[in-house]
Design a protein around this ligand. Structure first.
Ligand SMILES: *Cc1c(COP(=O)(O)O)cnc(C)c1O
Length: 221
């Protein structure tokens, strides 16, 4: 079932678009099945869950690429630096500096995406679209994190078509920053789109889609 869903998605996604399994609430066995069916990127909302899952499917080794797609709490930076190959949710200088310090101790450079609050929703994480450029410039001075793109969720809307303008604006910010050719910045990943919205996100330029329910079934909580 999970394996069939993964196979169908992998057939469907155009070249240049990577499938990331969003695994919150899923068991290690379910994640292992998706991984076995060809998912190469695993997105975790919580550092602790990644820790548990990674042990269960043989470690955060060379094969699976583990991404943090939930907010990075400052007291979890050290473990996040150890576990993940990418953090998609940097949204402030402090957030980036905490991760940079933790990565420096490990002698590691962490690729990061800036989370964009494309809906400009005050209660949500993410940098406002107009603040992203300055944030990327600040982060470009850090030695142990490297900005390689943007991520956005967009507001929760009933009709996914209504997300299109939010994806489009995020892509415009992405292109504008890419054109600046900042040192230590390489704009190559645009993470947007989930089960209901990935097709629209791809039309608007997504290169990484984060999919949960369409792989694993409806969420239990
Ligand atoms: C849960 C989640 C997803 C996937 O959601 P689905 O609608 O189940 O595909 C993608 N991104 C993030 C950050 C999530 O938390």
């Amino acid at each position: 079932m999970i394996a069939d869903n993964v196979a169908a998605l992998l057939r469907e996604l155009p070249p240049g678009v990577t499938l990331e399994a969003a695994v919150k609430t899923r068991t290690t066995e379910e994640i292992a099945e998706a991984f076995g069916a060809g998912v190469k990127v695993i997105g975790e909302n919580y550092v602790q869950e990644a820790d548990d899952h990674a042990r269960g499917i043989g470690g955060t080794g060379a094969k699976a690429e583990w991404h943090l797609i939930g907010h990075l709490q400052s007291n979890k930076a050290k473990r996040a630096a150890e576990l993940f190959q990418m953090v998609e949710t940097i949204d402030s200088v402090n957030n980036g500096k905490g991760l940079d310090r933790a990565c420096a101790r490990l002698n590691k450079v962490m690729p990061v995406l800036i989370e964009v609050n494309s809906g400009r929703e005050p209660q949500k994480d993410g940098a406002m679209p107009e603040a992203v450029e300055a944030l990327v410039k600040d982060l470009s001075a850090l030695k142990n994190v490297k900005v390689i793109g943007l991520m956005t969720m967009g507001p929760e809307l009933h009709n996914p078509e209504e997300l299109r303008p939010y994806f489009r604006e995020t892509k415009a910010v992405f292109d504008r920053i890419a054109a600046l050719k900042l040192p230590n910045v390489e704009m190559k990943i645009l993470s947007m789109g989930m089960t209901d919205s990935y097709k629209i996100a791809i039309e608007e330029g997504a290169t990484l889609v984060r999919i949960g329910s369409k792989i694993f079934g409806a969420r239990r909580i």
